[in-house]
Ligand binder design. Structure first.
Ligand code: ADP
Ligand code: ZN
Length: 590
């Protein structure tokens, strides 16, 4: 903002200099060229050439001739000089002549100087304000942000979840007239580079409202109180503009769960967080302000942030699966000169890439092509760029997952899904994916449980089997010695259920109907309970393995589909689940 002001400062400055220059030149010229000596003047007077004479106290007088020319001559300072002139019919004026050129340049000089001074005062005010609060400079407002949902490829679920926010921003009155309470805050969470900022910008762009952005990390290591005042300034600025999207990146930097010990920076963080919460509860829904925050992890956030009326909508932005990657590639290659690039193939190769990484892959290849002055970006540019990008990222995180790991994940998830499909057919398996997310490091299988008040013993046993399905599939396919750590959380959960069955729900033999918690004071030996839990799990694991073995056809089909599509939805799964099982086909062939 200051820079723009400075630019305009040149205008009065230049006018002032020009008019000063003009003034000096014209007055010196006037003085030099227009002096005639007194005798010449007397001659003109006698010849009746003179129309006006300007007399002042100065040593020079100005003379105007009939033909309009002006000159200066010496002031005779005689007492009857005026009378003499009057007698000769010359108009006598007792003032200096007004020279149009000179008076014009004087007035333009004065005006431009005045403008210059006011501008200087103003900008120095802005500058001094800037020093008092560093904030205003750092708040970036992208007023004419022309991004929209078309700039976000894939992420369909997330886009769907923010569509009503766009509608709300367009006409908040409509929603308030229905008494609907729109979320004031939304949290987008997911891996870095998955397009969280992009989506927030697209929301503002779609709704046609200004976008204000700030990063949580800006608040770390600043003086106490500065963070809070920045927050207040940001909201004030946004509110002055009416509707707005306020984006806070890396919200975890200020909104992390409070730890017991009060370490140095935490006071500042608390103040900042409190300012944010106060501002958020301060504005009215009608105002049409939505705060969008982004974080890599939802689970580390302070619960105070997530309460209703604050950031109560949480949207996961996951890594793109193969079809999303294809769309992202298309989007970024769209306006570039490309030749013979198989986008489908590249979508396959870029497994586990984030949107940002795909973007940088395309960008690197464009740079390479440009360096070579090649007419097009070709496949081998992408190949080269691929190794650059991989090398750059590989060190930083686990991104580049090998084909083999992908296969293990696929079989593991297919195992869960298969057991679920066979044992709990009423639970809809809505999604299987081998794209890691906060729901699972390798991948995950999502099923929607049937609604019921109670869970019976049979159901709990089947649930345990579904959890064991992942490990069972690994063991069947890769062999006993090649089972992986991928089953860690599955085993945790299944042990938990088994233990509860035996020790709390009265579903085991060792304790029968006794509840262990109530017997704790008896200091009894728990070995038997553990033994029973182990037996339970072991039996269920055997059953799971034989189920998977029987349905190996389906397991394999699910895996192949997973490996090619990475994410399978209900519709894809529906078609697979009714494939004839091995035993049935065997019966036919036999
Ligand atoms: P995040 O905020 O999640 O870290 P960004 O929104 O900053 O990620 O993404 C960085 C860049 O990566 C974007 O500017 C865009 O070029 C690219 N990108 C990420 N996700 C997508 C996507 N879904 N579609 C298109 N481009 C994407
Ligand atoms: Zn699992």
């Amino acid at each position: 903002m200051n820079k723009i002001k400075n630019k305009y400062l040149f205008i009065p400055l230049i006018t002032a200099i020009l008019s000063l220059f003009f003034l000096i030149v014209s007055s010196t010229l006037l003085a030099k060229d227009n002096f005639r000596n007194y005798t010449n003047f007397l001659k003109d007077l006698n010849e009746k050439k003179i129309s006006k004479v300007y007399i002042t106290q100065s040593p020079k007088i100005n003379v105007k001739l009939q033909d309009g020319t002006m000159y200066e001559t010496d002031n005779p300072r005689t007492s009857n000089f005026k009378e003499e002139l009057l007698k000769k019919n010359v108009t006598v004026l007792e003032k200096s002549p007004t020279n149009l050129k000179i008076s014009l340049s004087i007035s333009s000089l004065i005006i431009s100087l005045a403008v210059l001074i006011t501008m200087l005062i103003k900008s120095s005010k802005i500058a001094s304000k800037g020093i008092r609060s560093v904030d205003s400079l750092e708040i970036a407002s992208v007023e004419n942000n022309n991004l929209n949902f078309e700039n976000v490829a894939g992420n369909e679920e997330a886009k769907e979840s923010v569509k009503d926010i766009v509608d709300f921003l367009k006409n908040p009155e409509k929603y308030t007239s229905y008494g609907a309470r729109m979320p004031k805050g939304i949290i987008l969470y997911g891996e870095p580079g998955t397009g969280k900022t992009l989506i927030a910008k697209a929301v503002a762009g779609e709704a046609g409202v200004p976008f204000y952005a700030l990063s949580g990390s800006d608040f770390i290591q600043v003086y106490v109180g500065v963070g809070a005042s920045r927050i207040r300034q940001l909201f004030k600025k946004a509110r002055n503009n009416g509707k707005a999207v306020i984006f806070i990146d890396e919200i975890d930097a200020i909104g992390k769960k409070r730890q017991g010990s009060n370490s140095g920076g935490s006071e500042e963080r608390d103040q900042t967080l409190n300012a944010l919460l106060t501002e958020m509860s301060g504005f009215n829904e009608k105002e049409g302000i939505v705060v969008i925050a982004a974080t890599n992890r939802l689970d580390i956030l302070d619960p105070a942030l997530l309460r209703p009326g604050r950031f109560d909508r949480h949207i996961e932005i996951s890594l793109p699966d193969i079809s999303a990657r294809e769309k992202i590639l298309c989007l970024h290659l769209k306006n570039k000169p490309v030749k013979d690039i198989d986008i489908k193939e590249w979508a396959k190769k870029t497994a586990y890439f984030s949107g940002a990484k795909i973007e940088s892959l395309v960008n690197e290849s464009a740079i390479l092509a440009c360096k070579e002055s090649s007419e097009f970006i070709e496949n081998y540019h992408l190949d080269k760029a691929f190794s650059i990008v991989i090398a750059g990222y590989e060190k930083k995180n686990r991104d580049f997952i090998k084909e083999k790991d992908k296969k293990i994940t696929a079989f593991h998830e297919a195992g869960h899904a298969l057991v679920s499909l066979k044992l709990l057919p009423k639970e809809k398996v809505s999604k299987i994916t081998i794209i890691p997310s906060t729901k699972g490091a390798g991948g995950y299988t999502l099923s929607i449980p049937e609604d019921s008040l109670y869970q019976n013993k049979d159901y709990l046993k089947k649930r345990i089997m579904v959890m064991l399905g992942g490990r069972a599939a690994e063991e069947i396919i890769f062999g006993k010695d090649y089972i992986t750590t991928g089953a860690y959380s599955d085993l945790k959960q299944s042990s938990n259920i088994a233990f509860n069955m035996v020790s709390r729900y009265g579903m085991g033999d060792t304790l029968g109907l006794l509840n262990m918690e109530e017997l704790q004071s008896l200091n009894m030996n728990q070995d038997n309970i553990i033994k029973e839990c182990k037996n339970l799990i072991d039996t269920l694991y055997k059953e799971t393995k034989s189920l998977i073995l029987k349905e190996k056809n389906i397991l394999e089909k699910l895996t192949t589909e997973l490996l090619s599509k990475e994410t399978l939805y209900y519709e894809d799964i529906k078609g697979i689940k009714n494939i004839k099982s091995k035993s049935e086909t065997n019966e036919k062939t036999a």
